[in-house]
Design a protein around this ligand. Structure first.
Ligand SMILES: Nc1ncnc2c1ncn2[C@@H]1O[C@H](COP(=O)(O)OP(=O)(O)OP(=O)(O)O)[C@@H](O)[C@H]1O
Ligand SMILES: Nc1ccn([C@H]2C[C@H](O)[C@@H](COP(=O)(O)O)O2)c(=O)n1
Length: 223
């Protein structure tokens, strides 16, 4: 199958909106491949932290992005063979990923790696610019969001369930900061594109959100 004819569902949206959760379930139900594009930015951030690379040095950060040795193994992410799934979720990594994601050369370095995930029978992917820049010809584009307060509540619950200490006010503050940075950068900012369907999950369960994406996908397939 020609790569351009392989269906792609993109789910973009702000942090902790549930993109990853919904995208993974939809991918499983359709037996499609799944790409968490945020993990790539987080991996670059993690390598930068570990190698003490100055995040303002765009060419050095780009070099790290070009040479990532990554393997997505189910729900775990391996860097040079090491399972770094938990390390990627640290607050330090989240913040640095958002900062380096504003560098155009870093985004360019990760572009082909992301496009290579477009494999038969289809791909579900989540991030910030999957529908706008990475897969502009996607078959279905979703902009998934929820109120900042609801997203903070979900993140708080997620951390507490993992046994990680969490503070609601600082989570909300991090969400505002990251959303502002991701939405205001010059290149591929987070925003709802005109051809993306808005899915506000503030009052929706995960199952309802998944069903809505599948309903929209089925409607596209019929046309
Ligand atoms: N509709 C929903 N109702 C209740 N909880 C939800 C809903 N959607 C997602 N969640 C929960 O919210 C938390 C955050 O979801 P998830 O990690 O998928 O967000 P994300 O948008 O991928 O975040 P990030 O961009 O920061 O990686 C998870 O614990 C998930 O189970
Ligand atoms: N397509 C993408 C995916 C992610 N980013 C940046 C911006 C985010 O704050 C950061 C971490 O992403 P997350 O794991 O929270 O989805 O990575 C981006 O710019 N474009």
């Amino acid at each position: 199958m020609e790569s351009g004819t392989i269906p792609v569902i993109t789910i973009d949206g702000p942090s902790a909106s549930g993109k990853g959760t919904v995208a993974q379930i939809v991918a499983r139900r359709l037996a499609y491949h799944y790409l968490d594009s945020g993990a790539l930015y987080r991996l670059v951030a993690l390598v930068a932290i570990r190698s003490n690379t100055d995040c303002a040095n765009e060419s050095a950060i780009t070099n790290l992005a070009l040479h990532l040795d990554v393997n997505f193994d189910g729900s775990s992410v391996r860097l040079n063979g090491e399972d770094v799934s938990d390390a990627l979720r640290s607050e330090q990594c989240s913040k640095l990923a958002s900062i380096i994601a504003g560098q155009s050369a870093v985004r360019a370095a990760l572009l082909q790696r992301q496009r290579a995930f477009r494999q038969s029978p289809g791909l579900v992917t989540d991030g910030r610019d999957m529908g706008s820049a990475v897969f502009p010809d996607a078959s279905l584009k979703i902009f998934l969001t929820a109120s900042a307060e609801e997203r903070a509540r979900r993140r708080y619950k997620q951390l507490i369930e993992k046994g990680i200490n969490a503070n609601m006010q600082s989570i909300l503050q991090d969400i505002y900061e990251r959303d502002t940075r991701d939405s205001n950068r010059d290149i591929s900012p987070l925003r709802q594109e005109v051809d993306a369907k808005l899915l506000d999950t503030t009052f929706l369960s995960i199952e309802d959100a998944v069903n809505e994406v599948l309903r929209l996908h089925n409607a596209v397939c019929k046309n």
